[in-house]
Write a protein that binds this ligand. Sequence first.
Ligand code: BJW
Ligand code: ZN
Length: 246
Amino acid sequence: MEISENLIARLQSADSVVFFTGAGISAESGIPTFRGKDGIWNKLKPEELANFNAFMRNPEMVWEWYKYRRGIVHQSKPNDGHIAIARFEEIIKKVSVVTQNIDNLHRRAGSRNIYELHGNIERNYCIKCRTFYNDDLDIKDKVPRCVCGGLIRPDVVWFGEYLPEDQYSGAERVSSACDIFFVVGTTGIVFPAASLIYSAKRAGAYIVEVNVEETEVSSVAGESYFGEAGKILPAIFNKISEKKGT
Ligand code: BJW
Ligand code: ZN
C-alpha cells in the first residue's frame, strides 16, 4: 500500500486529526452498509423504515428490523480499521471520531473522543415520557413499552429528525479546528452530517478519503485511497508510527 509522502509529512506535524466515518468502516466487521452493492437498502426502502411516521404506522416492522440489526451488532467485533483509528491516539495529540454509525464499534475499539451523529443502537427511549432504556431492555415483546404505557423506540436519528445538538455542535467544533480530516467509508450524501466535510475544508483542513470506490467526496479530497478501510488505515498508521519512532 503506497502512502503519499505528502500525507506522511502532514501527519507528522498534525496536532489535531478527525476521522469522519460511515457504514463502510464497519463492513469488514460483518455489518451491512446501507447503499451500494451489498447495501441493505437495495432490498428495503429507507423511507419505510428509517422515519418516525413509518414507526407510528408499523412499530412492529420497524422493531423487527432493529432487533435483527442489534443481533448482528452484538455478534460483531471492531476490525483493523476501528483499531487503527483508536491507535492514532498514541501518536497524534488530539484525535476525534465523528461517526454516523450507531454500532458502538469505535468505543469498543478504544477511541475516546467520539461524536455519534445518528445515535446508538444500544439505547432506546419512550416517545411519551422520554425515559431511557439501555441495551438490557427486554425486547421479547414485539414492540417494547415503557412503564408509562408509551412506545419505546431505538435512540437513532431517522430522516426528518434533528441530530443530537451536543454531538453535532461538538463535531462541528473539532471538524473546523483540525489539520487533517479523514472521510472513511461513507457515501457522504446524508446531511447535515456530510456538511462537516465541507466545514472542515473551508476551515483549512486537508481532506483524505478512504473508500472502496469513488464518491461525492472524492472531488473535494486532497487525496483518496481506494480500498478497504481495514487495510488502508493500518497501513497509514504503521507508516507514520515508524517515522515518529525514528
Ligand atoms: C467501504 C467499505 C470498506 C464499503 N472500506 N469503504 C431531500 C429529500 C428528503 C430529505 C432530504 C433531502 N435533502 C436533504 C434531506 C435531509 C435528509 C438527507 O440528508 N437526505 C438525503 C439522503 C437526500 N437528512 C435528514 O433527514 C437528517 N435530518 C435533518 O436534516 O434534520 C433537519 C430537519 C428536521 C425536520 C424536518 C426536516 C429537516 C437526518 C438524517 C438521518 C440519517 N439516518 C440514517 C439511519 C440511522 C439509524 C439507523 O442506522 O438505522 O443514518 S440513514 C443512513 O445513512 C444512516 C447512515 O448513518 C447514513 C449515512 O450512510 P453512510 O454511512 O454513508 O453509508 P452508505 O451505505 O451510504 O455508504 C457506505 C460507504 O462505504 C460506500 O461509499 C461504500 O463504497 C463504502 N464502503 N465497504 C471502505 N470495507
Ligand atoms: Zn414512558
